[in-house]
Design a protein around this ligand. Sequence first.
Ligand code: FES
Length: 140
Amino acid sequence: MSHVAAPEPDVEPEALCAAAELEERGRAWVWDVLECGRPARAFALRFDGEVRAYLNRCVHVPTEMDWQPGEFLDIEKRVILCSIHGAEYEPSDGRCVGGPCGRGQLTPLHVGESDGWVHWYPSRDIRPVPFDAPPSESSP
Ligand code: FES
């Protein structure tokens, strides 16, 4: 079982997208976050009915993994596949299950569904980007 950082009690959940937008093993929702104050990207996808979210950062080399924007799963839609060197991660917990990621694991984010929406619960280390912040360098 992966460790998901507990949400901060003083931080409101952030609505990410309508739950219906995350189709089973479909395109992920990608958004900007601040990890310890630094710009980063996260993604949420639906796998076996559950919404899972991780930082978009490979364990092998700290780079974004999607082979097209929001496309993280391999062609058979079994694993999260890093587009750079082919590391494979178990979608349900982010554990490395193949390729050059060793015993690594993606960094999970706490997400949930309610009232037809997917919500993210920020943690102490992974926070929302303030509305007045300049766009991150990695933004399109
Ligand atoms: S950067 Fe992801 S497998 Fe190398």
